[in-house]
Design a protein around this ligand. Structure first.
Ligand code: THU
Length: 130
């Protein structure tokens, strides 16, 4: 199954009763396995989580800490673009060369690399000394 198809299917399970904006995401781990996630909102609005965050959590829970590809999809006017927080979360596990496919539900897609989405990323090298 393609990464965007995995994201599309996960989106079907999104829990978004407050925004009505359902998002699906999928990441490919270095093993080749695909991990999908959807946004999960909460009555306490700030406690909701993004689709990309769910996909990353599934990957890490399965024992992988490197991703090679990302896809995200929503019923947006233009292909959805990952939020700033998710760009940072993706950059924790993927290098600047990692391709990100951003899609609208009608099939339109745009592509960028993680480095293009988050130039000058703050990362491990800034935190870990020696
Ligand atoms: N959302 C995502 O799941 N991913 C993004 O990159 C952008 C925003 C979700 C969060 C919230 O549940 C809804 O979309 C509206 O912002």
């Amino acid at each position: 199954m393609s990464l965007i198809q995995a994201a599309r299917e996960a989106r079907e399970n999104a829990h978004a009763p407050y925004s009505g904006f359902r998002v699906g995401a999928a990441v490919r781990g270095a093993s080749g396995r695909v991990y999908a996630g959807c946004n999960v909102e909460n009555a306490a609005y700030p406690e909701g989580t993004c689709a990309e965050t769910g996909a990353i959590a599934a990957m890490v829970a399965a024992g992988e800490t490197a991703l090679t590809e990302v896809a995200v999809i929503a019923d947006s006017a233009d292909p959805i673009s990952p939020c700033g927080g998710c760009r940072q979360r993706l950059a924790e596990f993927g290098g600047p060369q990692v391709p990100v496919t951003m899609a609208a539900l009608d099939g339109r897609e745009t592509r960028a690399t993680l480095g293009e989405l988050l130039p000058g990323a703050f990362g491990r090298a800034h935190v870990v000394r020696g």
